[in-house]
Design a protein around this ligand. Structure first.
Ligand code: PAF
Length: 285
């Protein structure tokens, strides 16, 4: 069995990707910031299921998408554990660029995606999606990936990256992958490890509130009333909700009534202690 190649400079990455794509083989890419969990591993399998003959994963904690330097410093890192998980998942190539390989001194070009970057995480984390779009465009161009798998857990990010690749004619297919959840419904996230035991016990309520809200809307209850009741339930349980909103799934345009003509999504972000939890679910149209 071929071992996993590890690249830390652009020159060796390009050579390794060219070898994996030789003879028309399709390369899948799973962009990550490390601290890998089962959700990331499912992205590797999804890239293969979507037609990738070989799969590369990047591990890069992208400074451009953090707006508070303490959040960047606190981001969990476990290179050895991550590489072991990638190997076990049959990953062919790991791309671990140092910051100055990704952003060499003097670099001053970024990518701004308007539409789906607006509102929600775009408001909560100014500049965040500029950083995400820029690094993802670079990863697509560096690897020449044919398919890139992204979790639906970060729904707004998925829409921003899909829009960016389309608008810039980057020949990569963005493959959405359903959110992996713990047995109690909590969406898997690298940040869950920062929840204290009492917070961890409360955390799954976020998903339950969303399911109940989607059920209430489907049953005909007025959307603003359902959303307000959901937010109140979260506050009563100890969350500080940032938003609980019904949106058009692709444009993220907020909706105050069901719009059966297009796919819809319920988005939520709420703080529990120091941890900000994000989640989203489809709303039947
Ligand atoms: O979702 C993430 O982990 C990051 O935003 C991504 C897509 C790897 C870009 O840095």
């Amino acid at each position: 069995m071929r071992g996993m190649e590890i690249c830390r400079d652009l020159h060796s990455l390009r050579a390794a990707c060219a070898a994996l794509r030789a003879g028309g083989r399709r390369l899948g890419l799973v962009p990550t910031m490390g601290a890998l969990h089962a959700g990331h591993v499912s992205l590797l399998a999804a890239a293969r299921a979507a037609g990738a003959d070989a799969v590369a994963a990047s591990i890069f904690v992208n400074p451009l998408q953090f707006n508070a330097s303490d959040d960047l410093a606190r981001y969990p890192r476990d290179e050895e554990g991550d590489l072991a998980k990638l190997r076990a998942a049959g990953c062919d190539l790991a791309w671990l660029p140092p910051v100055d390989a990704m952003y060499p001194p003097g670099n001053c070009s970024t990518i701004e995606v308007a539409g789906p970057s607006k509102g929600f995480e775009g408001d909560a984390r100014p500049g965040h999606f500029r950083g995400v779009a820029t690094v993802c465009a670079k990863l697509f161009l560096q690897t020449g990936a044919d398919i890139a798998a992204f979790g639906e857990k970060d729904w707004q990010q998925l829409q921003v990256v899909t829009r960016m690749a389309h608008d810039l004619d980057i020949p990569v297919r963005i493959q959405p992958v359903p959110t992996m959840r713990e047995a109690d419904g909590l969406a898997m996230s690298s940040r869950n490890r920062f929840l204290s035991p009492p917070e961890r016990a409360i955390a799954p309520l976020l998903y339950q509130v969303m399911l109940d809200a989607a059920g209430g809307m489907a049953g005909g209850a007025p959307v603003p009333r359902v959303l307000a009741a959901g937010r109140e339930r979260l506050v009563a349980a100890g969350f500080a909700p940032d938003y609980l909103a019904l949106v058009a799934a692709e444009s993220l345009e907020p909706l105050d009534a069901l719009d059966r003509a297009r796919p819809m999504r319920l988005l939520a972000a709420a703080r529990l202690g120091a941890v900000r939890l994000l989640d989203n679910i489809a709303v039947a149209s």
